[in-house]
Design a protein around this ligand. Structure first.
Ligand SMILES: C[S@@+](CC[C@H](N)C(=O)[O-])C[C@H]1O[C@@H](n2cnc3c(N)ncnc32)[C@H](O)[C@@H]1O
Length: 746
């Protein structure tokens, strides 16, 4: 009998992700029985249910084997070490927890299974982390403190990376706003080694465990969490098209005249009202065919419509098309009175748009060349002044935002399709929606972090000692025969090699920290800012912080030139990027329009600098109003014991941010890695959060980073989105089968 083509296809799909037929067969049989031969359930999402079930099965085998392997000795650890050295095996991170004494037996068991992908380490509750891999709190703290007992008090959660903070509620919508949750669950039988968690700094009341249910897969609930950035403030009408993006040196620096944005006028364009208006509430004008070639564009911050005449006829708008850098046809989202519509637009139209009055196209910053700006945004004169007068520092890199808790809800903005940065960056960054009629969410584009209010970020020159700068250097520090002081932070070598790329060795170390944090040192705070007393006034022990590698760039006090090879992040974005609507349903994403080499700087995560308390307050407010925030916790060098709760800093890009707010998550094998960068201050609490490529990235590839979410963590304070990253190492895959089985069992 001829083999059932559906069976053959299933085998093929599994083979593609490295699963053998022998493994597939029994599971497939069981699934068919379970689903009453409903093949659709098995086939959808590229056999996700099948893959999940196979992994589930493997896990069960691991548990079984683990019981038998309790007595495994240190040889197993060595064996694991070898396994972890395998090149390009990004699933390492999924084995987190391996390597400790308590886990060695597990490793042996896992290894004996032949290293099937997507294996999750099983960890014994209460087992301590590997002393070789972690620096104990006793060693790190001024006063000794007992090691947090994982799986007991601490529940094994340990923050590892700068994370995105979470709000206090757990409704699905609120969960969407918290991107980087590194909080792997601790469950019976799971080894507790350095954990990935984004501790919930901002919760007064810690939500109870909430098991995953199938609710997120039902019809009445969005299939995945609606992206934060898309949901929050409602968009005004926007012109949505792209003509690719030109790389333009912005000679004028970041200063943009108040007149340039369509929505400017109230000082904080980009901040919109309610999230519910998103996507449907664009104030758009329908243009009947016979109507004159005038496009009505809602342009005022308050929503009044400003009328601008554009010469092309509607026919041009409707019949032509514009192509992006990849030659794809691009849609142009034009105004209409009954909602946003996608109209094909010609390159001429796109060109016309770029020739709109500068007050409308946001590009007039480029025409003003009155001041000479050095790449980090300082004018020469400002820099000189800063050197003369230490008190006058901080002037450019950080600006104190006028007090403004939440932006007024009646302000609107347009994002220029040719350059959503409005000339704030050295390059233009376009945006395009080839999928639907959604416009970009509203936010104010800022190229550098801004202090919101209370963040204690101190840039005074006097705090930078001679050992922290290279005042005697000239030109390019990377070309010097002897290394200058600025290489000290990075172990006597600069992080960068020639050509603005990271040194391979340095980059690999950073990638390893992200993908396999258990192998790296952790620090423990005496009083962890993330564990500040909540409602019960009881300070929980620190769960540990990954001691990350830093880049330390030359800065204002250094004598080298602005083109010094050790100044990369501070010069800003230089590659061609584009924000686009992802076809997979992840909302907006960021892609490169040119090939990028490995180790290249892409962009920083820019936002408002808040203390964790401020973010906490903001999240509370947001939760009440249904808005969302997305934020990154700056915790790369905590653990000295000196950091107080209110000093813990975060970046929130919800209202003010740059392109990084559009970077989506990808499990494990993301093409970007985040690295802390010190530019203006030796402070450990503040640094830049910069993204570099982990490999060569081809033009038009989406740029992604691993938020560090543990999709299996039932104890996570927020319900994370349903991951659509498409990685074969996706940590979210297993969830779907569980919820399906739960549904069927009911
Ligand atoms: C920082 S935003 C990234 C940009 C976002 N896609 C947007 O449209 O603004 C994070 C949100 O994007 C969505 N997202 C990111 N990565 C995703 C993924 N792998 N699968 C599904 N949704 C994802 C989630 O809704 C998440 O809360």
């Amino acid at each position: 009998m001829a083999p059932n083509p559906r069976v053959t296809a299933a085998f093929r799909a599994m083979r593609d992700i490295g699963i053998k037929e022998a493994q597939v067969k029994p599971v497939l049989k069981r699934l068919l029985k379970l689903y009453e031969k409903n093949w659709e359930l098995i086939e959808e999402e590229n056999y996700r249910a099948l893959a999940d079930a196979i992994f589930e099965e493997e896990d069960n085998v691991v548990v079984e084997q683990k019981k038998k392997c309790k007595s495994t000795d240190e040889d197993d650890l060595e064996e694991e070490g070898q396994t972890q050295d395998e090149p390009e095996r990004p699933l390492k991170r999924l084995r987190r927890g391996q390597g400790g004494p308590g886990s060695s037996s597990v490793n042996a068991c896992n290894n004996s299974l032949g290293g099937s992908p997507l294996k999750r380490p099983k960890v014994e509750e209460g087992e301590p982390p590997d002393p070789c891999l972690q620096q104990r709190p006793q060693e790190m703290m001024e006063k000794p403190q007992s090691i947090p007992q994982h799986g007991t008090v601490n529940k094994g959660k340990q923050p590892l990376l700068p994370q995105i903070a979470s709000p206090g509620k757990r409704s699905m919508s609120e969960r969407a706003s918290h991107v980087c949750i590194r909080e792997p669950r601790v469950e019976q039988g799971i080894v507790l080694l350095p954990k990935q968690k984004v501790p919930d700094t901002h919760l007064l009341i810690k939500p109870k465990d909430e098991p995953f249910t199938d609710d997120m897969f039902t019809e009445d609930v969005p299939d995945y969490e609606v992206p934060i950035a898309v949901i929050h403030p409602a968009p005004p009408c926007k012109v949505g098209s792209s003509v690719g993006n030109d790389s333009v040196e912005n000679q004028d620096g970041p200063e943009i005249p108040a007149s340039q944005s369509l929505a400017e006028g109230n000082g904080i364009d980009g901040i919109l009202a309610s999230s519910s208006e998103r996507g449907t509430n664009c104030k758009l004008a329908t243009i009947p065919e016979e109507s004159p070639p005038t496009l009505e564009i809602a342009s005022s911050p308050l929503g009044e419509e400003g009328s601008i005449n554009i010469s092309p006829t509607l026919d041009v708008l409707k019949e032509s098309s514009v192509q992006d850098a990849g030659g794809n046809e691009l849609g142009l989202c034009m105004p209409s009175s009954n909602g946003s519509v996608n109209i094909q637009c010609s390159a001429e139209v796109a060109e016309l748009l770029s020739r709109l009055p500068t007050s409308l196209n946001g590009l007039d910053g480029q025409k003003q060349a009155s001041k000479k700006i050095i790449p980090n945004g300082y004018t020469e004169s400002e820099r000189e002044k800063e050197l003369e007068d230490p008190e006058s520092t901080n002037s450019r890199c950080l600006v104190v935002v006028p007090q403004q808790k939440n932006p007024p809800s009646d302000l609107r903005s347009l994002h220029d399709v040719n350059d959503l940065t409005k000339g704030e960056e050295r390059v233009r960054i376009s945006w395009v929606n080839e999928i639907n009629s959604e416009c970009l969410p509203s936010f104010k584009y800022i190229p550098r972090n801004l202090i919101f209010q209370n963040a204690n970020v101190n840039f005074t020159l006097s705090r930078i000692g001679d050992e922290d700068c290279c005042s005697a250097c000239l030109g390019d520090c990377l070309s010097l025969s002897t290394l200058c002081h600025c290489a000290n932070t990075t172990g006597g070598q600069f992080a960068y090699a020639k050509g603005d790329l990271l040194r391979e060795e340095f980059l690999e170390e950073c990638i390893s920290m992200t993908r396999d944090p258990q192998r790296h040192q952790h620090l423990y705070c005496r009083e962890c800012p993330l564990e500040r007393p909540r409602i019960d006034d009881c300070l929980e022990p620190c769960k540990g912080h990954l001691r990350r590698k830093y880049i330390k760039e030359c800065w204002s006090k250094c004598g080298c030139s602005k083109n010094c090879g050790n100044r990369v992040v501070q010069r800003g974005i230089s590659c061609k990027l584009q924000v686009f609507c992802t076809p997979e349903g992840k909302g907006w994403g960021l892609r490169t329009l040119e090939d990028l080499p490995k180790g290249a700087f892409v962009c920083e995560y820019v936002g408002e600098i808040l203390t964790s308390s401020e973010l906490y307050e903001r999240n509370l407010e947001s939760n009440n109003s249904g808005k969302r925030t997305h934020s990154v916790l700056l915790d790369a060098e905590w653990g000295s014991g000196a950091l107080k709760s209110e000093e813990a800093l975060c970046l929130d890009a919800t209202f003010f941010g740059n392109v990084a707010r559009f970077i989506n998550h990808r499990c494990l094998d993301a093409n970007l890695v985040e690295i802390p960068v010190k530019v203006e201050t030796p402070d450990h609490t503040y640094y830049h959060f910069a993204f570099f490529t982990t490999r060569v990235v081809a033009a038009l590839e989406e740029l992604t980073w691993d938020y560090g979410i543990d999709f299996d963590d039932h104890d996570q304070p927020v319900k994370v989105f349903r991951c659509l990253c498409g990685s074969k190492f996706c940590r979210n895959m297993k969830r779907s089968i569980r919820s399906r089985c739960a549904t069927i069992a009911r």
